[in-house]
Design a binder for this molecule. Sequence first.
Ligand SMILES: Nc1nc2c(ncn2[C@@H]2O[C@H](COP(=O)(O)OP(=O)(O)OP(=O)(O)O)[C@@H](O)[C@H]2O)c(=O)[nH]1
Ligand SMILES: [Zn+2]
Length: 364
Amino acid sequence: MSLNNSNTVSIELPGWNQHWEDLFVKYEGPYLPGRICTVQKTRFEVIIPGDAISVPLSGALKSQKMYPVVGDFVVILNQPESATRMIVAILPRRTVLSRGGAGDYSGKQELAANIDTVFIVTEPGSDMSISRLERYLLITRSSGAQPVIVINKSDTCSDIPTLVKMINSEIRDIPVIPVSATEKTGLDHLNPYFDSGKTVIFIGSSGVGKSTLTNALTGKTLQTTGEIREDDGKGRHTTTVRHLLTLPDGSSLIDTPGLREIRIWTAGESVAETFDDIIEYATRCRFTDCSHNNEPGCAVRKAIEDGVLSHDRFTRYQKILKEISFEREKADIGLKRFEKKRFREISKLSKEITLDRNTGKYRS
Ligand SMILES: Nc1nc2c(ncn2[C@@H]2O[C@H](COP(=O)(O)OP(=O)(O)OP(=O)(O)O)[C@@H](O)[C@H]2O)c(=O)[nH]1
Ligand SMILES: [Zn+2]
């Protein structure tokens, strides 16, 4: 690998392009670019040009609570003479997939970064639910990645065109692609999203076939070659599964079990995007703070009465708003608790550290 001054991208790293090159160029000196493929407790598996290494995070990043996630492009300080190799910076993320909860005081947990396409996987059977699809859509949209709906197990459905039509009528402007991972049909239609340099992820309920799809698309061998043998310090080798798989065509697939089913956490804009018709009707309500329940002159209720807006869709919209406000409240409570705790610690600390009247120095 060498960085040259021409405009060509000379670094071979999955997903690396001119954009990242431009961001990396200011790191002159003993630095390497890398891409996070697995996050462990204190170390990170990083793909660097031509190799994969395990490195810790710099103290500065830790103290700023800046933790890389799978898919992040990072800067590694590389000083072989002092045996120093650590992550010193995270390049600004293009997209980031997050979820709420999981013990973090802010309620928001970042899961994966720099994803181009999120395949929302469902199946024709009991998993098929418009409201579930809408939830995944909201998460995807707030991440900045492009959503694509994949109906797997199409071999189990006798009328796929009607199903696709139904989804298209409820969820507009999103590609809906029926496939069968076991019969290997329809997979070609996913190919464009696996362009060289692109990063994709499969999300959806357990059992819809994400692993089978991954294997059908990548070939089983890739998953095993994605394993890194790591010395545990006692002479044994433990195997960790790499969560960012690099495909032969240069694309990457993020496959992290904890990330496959994600709870809703989203910004208002993505709700507006998903329920744009309802937002549009609402602008015509007589009262600006109309709750669309029984106020006079409510344009949303009128749209339902006129049959141009389905009642189900409206109900789903209300449910999602409720869920988001609940998540926000929870996060808010978490934040207050955190601040209270910090205040307690600060006051404790200030009591402990007292000024010595005789010497004029602080003692603790
Ligand atoms: N008929 C049919 N069965 C499928 C298809 N794809 C997957 N399956 C089956 O569905 C079951 C679940 O598939 P998985 O790939 O394990 O599902 P998953 O989404 O990865 O599940 P989790 O790992 O729990 O998230 C398996 O028994 C698969 O053989 C398909 O296209 N058609
Ligand atoms: Zn209204």
